[in-house]
Design a protein around this ligand. Structure first.
Ligand code: SF4
Length: 484
């Protein structure tokens, strides 16, 4: 898909949400690389998760078959996404829930804000959710005078520190425990001034801080890891129990979910509940798996809303190669094995989705031109493909998006670029044997000129040498051999 045509699904709107950075990846990455503390934090954290994950994946003899099953379910889901979403809507509605459809971030933020206002609440508690970060829901709620309180420990650290998340699973991965202690001492109301940086002491301080919120807040906002179309069941997996509190204690529960999170059947959920914890946190199963189907009278939230979010996903679905990015179950395994992510961290990607999956998802959600540097933020080593529990071929999508970027640039230019002129000249030369022989002789002379190209081609040799030309061309060798 390289052309824009009438009726093409819209991409995520600019000016709202967190899919676009302020600067291109190379600029942000250069600054991140200069931060030695950041690199130490990232190396330690990703190395620890990698080792844990490898150990528990090694225990599962049918891991390759599980991955293949995960990929097959996701491919089937994408092939009939409209039908499954309507089935999900019918099932949720029949169970007493209310389904809302949001074209983009603006509409989703408005729906959630209106729902919270209708309850009369001025505060909501939140379960960690990538979708609500994507649309900038916290900013929208604050603008409406509603206080959002993050209850996931890492999200709380990010929120209190007025920071940005830098990892899908561990949003505060760029912070070490001494830095977290400083944030708590500075920002957490009523914190013990003698707080140490022991992980258990930090977790206990967060627990005390959040307990009052859990018991007094009447509205919660969550994301969803999965939604089962046949039953209308939503599922959230997490490790801390904060999600269970948010999903069961309030009177009103509002879930914002990307449309790609639907899966067809209850049995399909079993596949992903095996794949996700081992690939993400390196656990055999998630400590908390919360599932709810509409409203249960007298038990749990009595007002249950589901906001189905597009925000560019239909545009991704329209690209036959790129659509596999919608298979992602947000395990973050690709981040933890990526040599680029391990050195730059997540902020360099600009988007709320960092690492290899962010490099293929964000440009597709926003339109490639608005995140044009991200498909190049990779060495194409393939480690992400090997690690992905649903076998997303991220390197192929990266190459595909680079080709889309080049094609879009070419279509937008009135005059051809220096690269395009050079390529056309090379094609013409290779098509004319005498000219080609002369060029080869010139290349041989080029050895004398050194390893850098003259302008405008010197950009290519700014960070690499021109390969040395061999002392003899194939034609010269062949004619000498024929004479002897
Ligand atoms: S692309 Fe694959 S490895 Fe990366 S976060 Fe998504 S599911 Fe996990």
């Amino acid at each position: 898909m390289t052309e824009t045509f009438l009726g093409m699904p819209a991409t995520a709107p600019a000016g709202v949400g967190n899919l676009r950075g302020d600067e291109p990846f190379p600029v942000a990455a250069r600054r991140a690389l200069a931060d030695a503390q950041l690199r130490r934090n990232l190396r330690h954290a990703t190395g620890t998760i990698r080792a844990k994950s490898a150990a528990v994946i090694g225990e599962v003899p049918d891991w390759p078959e599980l991955r293949a099953a995960g990929r097959a379910i996701k491919s089937d889901t994408m092939a009939r996404l409209p039908e499954l979403l309507e089935q999900l809507e019918a099932a949720v509605t029949a169970a007493g829930g209310t389904v809302h459809w949001a074209t983009d971030a603006v509409e989703a933020n408005r729906i959630v804000t209106d729902l919270v206002r209708a309850t009369g609440a001025d505060r909501v508690m939140k379960v960690k959710s990538m979708a609500t970060q994507e649309i900038g829901l916290n900013e929208a709620l604050e603008a409406a005078g509603i206080e959002p309180v993050e209850t996931d420990l890492a999200e709380l650290i990010v929120q209190l520190g007025r920071d940005r998340p830098s990892h899908i699973l561990v949003p505060a991965i760029h912070r070490n425990r001494a830095e977290i202690r400083e944030v708590f001492l500075r920002e957490m109301p009523g914190v013990d001034p003698a707080l140490t940086d022991e992980p258990a002491a930090l977790a206990a301080a967060a627990r005390r801080h959040l307990r009052a919120t859990f018991l007094s807040t009447k509205v919660a906002v969550s994301g969803a890891n999965f939604a089962v179309a046949e039953t209308g069941t939503l599922a959230v997996v997490e490790s801390e129990g904060n999600g269970r509190m948010c999903l069961t204690l309030p009177e009103t529960l509002i879930t914002v979910m990307g449309i790609e999170k639907v899966i067809p059947t209850w049995d399909d959920l079993g596949v992903f509940l095996q794949l996700l914890p081992r690939a993400s946190t390196g656990e055999r199963m998630n400590p908390y798996t919360s599932m709810w189907t509409g409203v249960t009278p007298g038990d749990g939230p009595q007002q249950v809303h589901l906001v189905l979010l597009d925000n560019g996903r239909s545009a991704v679905l329209a690209d036959e190669v790129g659509r596999q990015a919608l298979h992602c179950i947000r395990c973050s395994a690709c981040l933890n094995v990526c040599p680029v992510y391990e050195r730059t961290g997540g902020h360099a990607y600009g988007s709320v989705y960092p690492g290899p999956i962010g490099a293929v998802l964000s440009p597709q959600l926003t339109g490639v031109e608005e995140n044009a540097s991200l498909p190049y933020a990779s060495s194409l080593c393939g480690a992400c493909f090997d690690a992905c529990p649903v076998m997303i071929d991220i390197p192929s999508v990266l190459v595909h998006l680079r080709a889309r970027h080049v094609a879009e640039q070419r279509a937008a230019r009135r005059t051809p670029s220096a690269e395009a002129v050079a390529m056309a000249a090379a094609a013409y030369t290779m098509d004319h044997p005498r000219l080609y022989a002369a060029a080869q002789r010139a290349a041989g002379l080029g050895r004398i000129a050194g390893r850098a190209l003259p302008p405008p081609l010197n950009g290519w040799t700014a960070s690499r040498d021109v390969p040395a030309a061999p002392p003899q061309t194939f034609r010269q060798w062949w004619s000498e051999r024929s004479r002897s």
